[in-house]
Design a protein around this ligand. Sequence first.
Ligand SMILES: [Fe+2]
Length: 291
Amino acid sequence: MQASRWTFRPTSVRAIVDGVKLVVTSDLHVDPKGRLTTRARIDALARAIADESPSLVVLAGDLGHSLRGWELCLDAFRAMPCPVAALAGNHDVWRDRAENLGSDALFTTVLPERCARVGIRWLEGHTMRFGSVAVVGSMAWYDYSAVDPTVTVSAAQLEELKRAFNNDARCIDWPHRDTDVAQRLGDALVAQLEELERDDEIAQVAVVTHVPLVEEQMERRPHDPTWGLCNAYFGNLTLGHRVTAFGKVRAIVSGHTHAGRRANRGPIDIRVVGSDYGAPAYEVLDLREAR
Ligand SMILES: [Fe+2]
């Protein structure tokens, strides 16, 4: 189990009066049949996270396989001694044959409702505030902008090629184009950030997404053209440009790629949670509250 910590410096000379400890985990892939990540493994992860004494835990998507897996994952975190918030990942909106639920219903209704049942906050569209620190999040969605620059295929071709390289193409049944989902979720997240930028009580914002947003989060494998093409489905650099334009953003933490990464861009700490199947990981952020 991996964990890391990093500390935010205040953006002004205001005195640090308190700290907000944010834990982000993702890509837990709880499988009711125990083939990927077992409930026992997630229970152990939850105990380790609880031992960190966090102020907030964010579950950043790809939590379970099938709705039952999603529920098992939430259940493992319902007794956490702090607020818990959850985002969907692309796997979480795969249509559920057992429950006869489509992707649209899962994302807009069922997953949020299952969160509410166990007292977990559906983070999509919601801002969590801890004094001068705010935490926002989105599943976000890939828009092909993160494809390797050396891959010379058009967006239309990437849309077509997805079926050959990414199971989302056959397992997600909503009628929306990827670029439209990316735009819609991105616009909503940006609207939240605009509001926080105008809010004098907020000094720092942490952004949590399932899909990575910035180049520092991308894994480039120059000698693997297939990987380079699949990066089209691994990130949304368009949204990253928009998010990093906000002066209060101090952290961007994502999942999805299973490739843990850490970087800094100016004052922004950038992370990807390095979970893998059967090997969940988490990141710990000490966000200093300034007044
Ligand atoms: Fe994912």
